[in-house]
Design a protein around this ligand. Structure first.
Ligand code: ZN
Ligand code: FE
Ligand code: FE
Length: 267
């Protein structure tokens, strides 16, 4: 069994993904998906970086590209249109403008930056050497909570991404996760099981089983995402993700349409 919907994938417009949207869709159909959602990196609100996200003037191209495959494959698979938007404090209005610019099916909110440091960017990995790892974790969880509290996002992306390169906090972070789960519940956001972590140095899904149990206990809704940056990664490791969700105690997951929960799918 695999989840029927993969809600997290990219396009070459972000500058670090390969393959045409049609190839992602075709791979999703082959993998047995009923639904996929494109969630390419929204234009960065704080600065420009063509290796990280599309630029503002590429947004119309993105939407046209995805609308095209939506029509092209309408008989075989449902294609949803989304963005993965960065949460960067101080730029809320600009982020809101992007989100309001189109009737997206859902918005994934992701924390990739602590202040101006792209902590998960391979190009900025060396900066970890000068950091207090525990403090980085505390800062990361604080930003996750703020991202949910911003009210801008439907799904919080890869909610322990801070572990990506293998840095582990020496302090116990369960209180941080519990605090975060409480905020997620209050603000009504969903989380995703994101399989991309398996393909990164940490070799573990985001978030970990221990975190997932806490989010499940708190009653946070669930989605699944491969975070594919290449067509062959669509639905990658979805069988494992499904099992992980069940082990964590989840009984269902959800799909979105025009920023509302569309379906609750029981395992
Ligand atoms: Zn990316
Ligand atoms: Fe991301
Ligand atoms: Fe992503």
């Amino acid at each position: 069994m695999i989840p029927i919907a993969d809600y997290h994938m990219h396009t070459p417009l972000c500058g670090h993904a390969v393959g045409e949207p049609a190839e992602y869709v075709q791979h999703g159909i082959k993998a047995g998906l009923k639904e996929i959602g494109f969630s390419d990196h929204a234009p960065l609100v704080s600065h420009r970086d063509p290796k990280i996200t599309m630029d503002f003037d590429q947004l119309p191209t993105y939407l046209k590209m995805i609308e095209h495959v939506q029509k092209q494959f309408a008989k075989q698979i449902t294609v949803k249109i989304s963005l993965e938007a960065d949460f960067i404090p101080g730029y809320e209005n600009k982020t809101q403008q992007i989100i309001d610019g189109y009737p997206y099916d859902y918005i994934i909110g992701s924390v990739h930056f602590i202040k101006t440091w792209g902590f998960d960017d391979p190009a900025e990995r060396t900066s970890w050497k000068s950091k207090d790892v525990n403090q980085v974790y505390h800062d990361y969880y604080e930003l996750l909570r703020q991202s949910a509290q911003s009210g801008k996002f439907d799904i919080i992306g890869h909610c322990d991404l801070v572990k990506k390169f293998g840095h582990r906090a020496t302090e116990n972070m369960f209180d941080e996760v519990k605090k975060t789960a409480k905020v997620f519940k209050e603000t009504g956001v969903a989380i995703e099981i994101n399989t991309a972590g398996l393909r990164k140095p940490i070799q573990e899904m985001y978030p970990s089983l221990d975190c997932l149990k806490i989010y499940c206990e708190a009653g946070i809704p669930l989605t699944f995402g491969s975070d594919a940056h290449a067509p062959q990664d669509v639905a990658k490791d979805f069988d494992k993700a499904f099992k992980l969700a069940q082990t964590a105690g989840f009984k269902e997951y959800i799909t979105f349409k025009q920023r509302k929960v569309e379906r609750v799918i029981k395992f």
